[in-house]
Design a protein around this ligand. Sequence first.
Ligand SMILES: *Cc1c(COP(=O)(O)O)cnc(C)c1O
Length: 381
Amino acid sequence: MKEEASRVDNKVSTPLRRVPFLDLCAQYQSIRTEIESAIGEVVRTQRFVLGSEETRFEKAFAAHSRVPHAVGCSCGTSALFIALAALRVPRGAEVIVPTLTYPATAEAVILAGAVPVLVDVEADTGLIDIEATRKAITPRTWGILPVHLYGQMADMKAIAALAQPKALKVVEDAAQAHAAESGGLRPGTVGDAAIFSFFPGKNLGAYGDAGAIVTRDAALASWMRQYRNHGRLDKYRHDFVGFNFRLDAIQSAVLEAKLPHLGEWTEGRRRVVDQYRAGLRGCGVQCLVERPHNRHVYHLFVIRHPERDRLKKRLAERGIDCGLHYPIPLHLQPAFASADCPPGSLPRAESLCRELLSLPVYPEMTQEQVDYVINEVRAHA
Ligand SMILES: *Cc1c(COP(=O)(O)O)cnc(C)c1O
């Protein structure tokens, strides 16, 4: 009765709901017995670092990625660093990186002794801009580091066409793009290597930090496997200086248990996005696009709105948590600023960063939650 009345008098009639940005507890509940038995097995054996779980996960992840070799490591950031080290990036060499990405992409380049050259992105996808990349190539350019941002692959055909004639290396940052495809090809098929993050909130998430590198090159994979474990050949012999970037057994066991579900989870994300796209048509927000030849895996679903901060606040008041990926492009971060890229120099990324907003998207979202987000965005946009 009361509900009926308020629906009549009150314009904001939908009852308040909670839509968290991410709901890892819901996923855990759906696979609880598999996860607990996988973790239990590691605890029972007391073998916590690398080991048979890690080897099994590497095999399964390589097969899933449709790339011959996968090397597990401690996180996505170390995966980027290992890939650059394995490809022998020279000190001071230039690596082209999109300015719209998570800072780890450029950090790994700097830690590896090279120089990130930041370039602008496409306004409608946020992906590295091919023309900007072409213009950024100099005699000092060593490689290109495209980011498959939000779960959609950059145009790898076009990047290969720029890289091949000049023998540039290509490392793909696929931290957000597990099982994404471009023209039927997955990350690591075109580039020399692709890296993944299994941070808990990624599409395939561990129960802590974890990452992997995939490559078609067997020699590169074996060097990386040795490098992540102190350059160790066997228990007492060290061929070269490496470091500790190992993946632990509990993370491997969790990832191995989750991997068979990734396909259905990706479908779930895509179903939510289909509804968002249909439901948000014509309400003043612009959805970033999925290119026709791509299969976007929607780690994030990003919209643009000229009054982004107001919209974000209104949605938060209505119980909907949104994210910003990312509000500041790297060239405007003190950590990565350089005289070559002053404010205003990469205008598409700068205006996108002012307007972008990530809506909640995960396979466990209920129909009610999806409808509620659509209605609230429409009401407040
Ligand atoms: C998450 C992420 C990383 C870093 O991965 P970690 O596992 O957190 O170290 C790198 N690049 C991008 C684009 C990411 O989203």
